[in-house]
Design a protein. Sequence first.
Lengths: 713, 325
Amino acid sequence: MHIIIIIIVFLLNGCEDTVLNNPYDPAEKDKKIIYSSFSTRPKTLDPSISYSSNEAIFISQVYEPVIQYHYLKRPFALVPLTSVSLPEITYYNDKDEIVEQDGRNRIKYSVYTIKIKPNILYQPHPAFAKDQNDQYIYHNVDEDIYEALSIEDITDFKNVSTRELIADDYVYAIKRLAHPMIKSPIYGVMAKHIIGFSDLGKNLVKNPQVNDLYQSLSKSSIDGVELIDRYTFKIKIQEIYPQFMYWLAMNFFSPIPWEGDVFYDNEYLKDHNLTFAWYPIGTGPYMLTENNPNSRMVLTKNPNFHGEKYPKFGSPGDYKNGLLEYSDKQLPLVEQVVYSLEKETVPRWSKFLQGYYDFSSISSDSFDEAIRINADGKPNLTDKLLNKGLILQTSVAPTIFYIGFNMRDKVVGGNDDRARNLRQAISIVIDFEEYISIFLNGRGTAATGPVPSIILQDDIFKNEYIYNYVDRKRIRKTIKYAMLLLEKAGYKNGIDPKTREPLILNFDTAISGSADDKERFNWMRKQFRKIGISLNIQATHYNRFQDKLRDGNIQMFMSGWHADYPDPENFLFLFYSKNSRAIYGGENYSNYNNKDFDLLFEKMQYTPSKELRNKLAIEMIKILQYEHPWVWGFYPRTYLLSHQWNNKSKSSEIAYNTLKYKDINIELRNNLRKSWNVPNLWPILILFTVLMIFLMPVFIVYRNKKYKPRYRK
Amino acid sequence: MYSYISRRILFAIPVLIGVNLITFILFFTVNSPDDMARSHLGDKNLTSETIQRWKKYHGYDLPLFFHSSERRSNIITQTLFFQKSIKLFIFDFGMSDSGRDISSDILQRMWPSLALAIPILIIGLLVNITVAMMMTFFRTTYVDTSGAFLCIVLMSISSLFYVIGGQYFLGKILKILPISGYDPGLNSIKFILLPIVVGVISGIGASSRWYRTLFLEELNQDYIKTARSKGITEMRIFFVHLLKNVMLPILTGVVVIIPSLFMGSLILESFFGVPGLGSYIIDAIQLQDFAIVRCMVFLGSILYIIGLILTDISYTIFDPRIRLE
């Protein structure tokens, strides 16, 4: 009985205002805190290494590259972040003379000049703490001292300080990308573009001080990265690479203070997981104050944040949609953001509905509870969610999922009419509208080309090889037409003339582990059966699937691509012959090879004007639509649910540093949470009564037996 | 007894080497070091040079078991198996492939696992013994038959159902406990109550049925008949004579699992958001983090061996007729 009383007291103490199921500290209820969740444990928070979106949601709030994407403008536009203006690009010819980039001059290299704003400070951190003699307190500290100080967490350091962000921090960060200890995934790409980057990488491997990150980097330099003054630096790029501007907006190009590397270079700290990879040091609006990737990550407002204001202008419709309500307000808008690890969708969804998470995506388990599709095929919230005042936001992701043909394959590959007709027939019969409806609950748009409309808006989204267009509506071409194409390809009614049996095609895919796998495979077989082709599906472990792609030992496969930056080039490079997977180990999984396409792609790479690049992209897409190296799959749509206490926000699948624009109405949240979570105790009383009724006869028998021996004397 | 224990510990060494060898073979049959590098670095824009740098830094550029280009003992020592295994035997787990200290992670994650596993074990044991004793005490009555029926029903239900059902009933309908989450210290109580209730209820069916069988077997022993013939009350027979003897198989069964308690429960921890060790190895397999996989398999093997030795010792404690020689 005492235990029950203690438990009840604990519950009541822990949960004010009769809300017993509140998972958070009741003292937090009047603070502006956003509660969210993450499902996958981050592997690293080092901006030089991280290349995952689940890590970017943390890193992007802490670190600041020189430029960022405008929060509201669409198509995406780059704007300065820590820089005074967008980087200034100068082009040079073979004689090191400045030339115009008008297509007539041969460009040897381009120089990006970046000037950063003064007076930007880093977050408070022990790495910057100095004593009275101007010596760093926590640099090169003996492990025993930390042991004696019982340092277990970054908050255990008594002294913290800051310093101004300088151009040298960006230079140091670029050098860091080349260091073998860092193992940056973009080393290979940058080695192709930044002059002298690859040489630094090679030299560092031979450097006797290679294991000392700071020492080895401080004594090294890159030919193509030059520090001009305290606030200015230059980056030299081989020839011309307009997309480099987008790279500058990625976390890889965030500033790194050298003090961080020296501070964390300590065995004691490493043994306690106090490393750069887990405790970032940035200048951004938030700093990571609690870091337990197994349970909870907390971002707290950086008291040294240099200040940034909510944009005054956006895209058409933003004002009407309330997105400019916060115009010119100081960012960030909330004090803290708490992320809890929720691996399973069921508890995450339940807690969102109870008001304990402020945002939620919609898993397939909860789709029917959340969404109903109306007569026009548009998604609407169900009455239950509408009554809760939830808001649904949908957006097309800069992503494509597709079925690729191996263009080196003897049956489906090649540029001749036979293979093209076969690929076109297959593209027609795989009904991705049906796939989206069955397997994605309608969350997607059937693709007509490789580039999603969010990246390139144009009429090119007509694909007359696959669809007929009637009254602005597209209708997939008929099976009869596909059969005709198949006949032209030499497979009348799907019969292979060599074997006189149905043509057998092999389809490779990685097992997703989803319960839908079997149904998806059956659906895929059904699509091919429409034209008499027999499909042999080989579902393998992801690693084996990748091996097959590398060996070119594949006929058809399913894959996907998520854009790094909002430029058609980031999709079209997937078809450039010099990126062939089988030959060069690149991202062209289809091993597509077309000279006309390659010429246009190379021309696009050397065209700085975005307008001209888009025109070239459209020409390239036309070639691809004619050739069908892919069945154009679908562009997924993301659905995001938001509670009524959140401010209006714009989703962005490219930029991740958008937390600073989010706000909440805490009074409304507290009131609604309270009304949604009133405990129901009557079912416990019913259960207790039923148990008592069951046990009553037992108790009577027990009393009878208690003092009576089984065998009477 | 000491020589017996020493002998068992010595026997454990080849067992551990064998387990480690099998882990290496199985892991590297499915994942090559190149696959591991790709998994850690991501597939995008990855060049073979970047992969080679990752492998070299993590020591995965060495051959698996034999280094044919080396001489003498280096043929064996300059291999992935030797380099990665030798430190395990001095309990130096090193860093995970993603750069976290494994010992530190294990120490941090074992407490939430224990906070969940120990109450489930103790409360579960008390509840299961009580239910089993009640069914035996009221054998052949409606309590026994309905109890046995209920046990079979409980045994037949998937453990996932208990988890989702518990979250739905206590968290969503009654709204008296948080659906998931965890806080360290005393704040953890409100979070672990629900998984403890679920853990205990899900174990009642199988354990109570088994304990009931043990009680019934003992009930037909001569010493019980003797006690009854002496006119001892049924209550006293149950609580003094019967319970003491039934505890022998129950406790020895429990002792074997005690060391492995801290390895946690995958389902409970995943669904209730408890940051324990339950999902540590599964996450590591998914992330292709071999450093964690081999450490956890090694640790699991050691704990299993300790459990078996403790079981042997517990026999001698509970049954004085048994000697360890």
